[in-house]
Write a protein that binds this ligand. Structure first.
Ligand SMILES: Nc1nc2c(ncn2[C@@H]2O[C@H](COP(=O)(O)OP(=O)(O)OP(=O)(O)O)[C@@H](O)[C@H]2O)c(=O)[nH]1
Ligand SMILES: [Mg+2]
Length: 171
């Protein structure tokens, strides 16, 4: 029988500490444990239809550290980074402003596609205020913004965002 080789896509999550990068990845993968602070970059593999996804989780409390991890990912994956997900917390403006610092470092190696993820929408619903991210979309030259709750949203929705952003058929 003839087997088609799987295509691969590499997705990197960037954002300062605590915004929910690991939570997002764990939910997509169905890992139920509570994430600890990420100490070293992690790469998680997931098959979606005929595509093998590599989800790259980066550690770093500050923008500069995050950017360093990004360089490490570039070294590991070459320039084959297909998507960057810039993540911030909608209830923490500092994490939003950090995207500007991260981008200054990252823009030297433009990836194919970028999106912004405004995370922790469940907290916005509780608190009643949030930082909207449309300016970042323009400034980062991202395709669009998705407002999510990595903690509460259906994992299928979280995965569909990645697939759509990569131009893959819905999972
Ligand atoms: N309420 C709420 N909490 C969230 C959400 N996403 C993540 N958290 C919480 O925020 C904390 C940090 O989440 P992590 O996924 O570890 O964040 P991270 O971006 O990986 O952080 P570092 O590894 O330190 O860079 C955890 O206590 C999560 O449970 C969300 O959508 N809503
Ligand atoms: Mg983490």
């Amino acid at each position: 029988m003839f087997r088609r080789r799987k295509e691969t896509r590499t997705v990197v999550f960037l954002g300062v500490g605590g915004v929910g990068k690991t939570t997002y990845i764990y939910r997509v993968l169905g890992i139920t444990k509570q994430p600890r602070v990420t100490r070293r970059p992690g790469v998680y593999q997931l098959a979606v239809g005929n595509t093998e996804l590599y989800l790259v989780d980066t550690p770093g409390q500050y923008a500069v550290e995050v950017a360093q991890r990004y360089y490490e990912a570039i070294k590991t994956f070459g320039t084959r980074l297909d998507l960057i997900i810039y993540m911030y917390s909608v209830v923490d403006p500092a994490t939003y402003h950090a995207l500007w610092d991260i981008e200054t470092w990252v823009s030297r190696y433009p990836p194919h596609r970028k999106i912004v993820a405004g995370n922790k929408m469940d907290l916005f619903e509780e608190l009643g205020y949030m930082t909207e991210g449309e300016d970042a979309v323009k400034w980062l030259n991202a395709a669009r913004i998705y407002y999510v709750s990595a903690l509460k949203d259906d994992p299928q929705k979280l995965l569909a965002i990645i697939a759509e952003s990569l131009g893959l058929p819905p999972p």
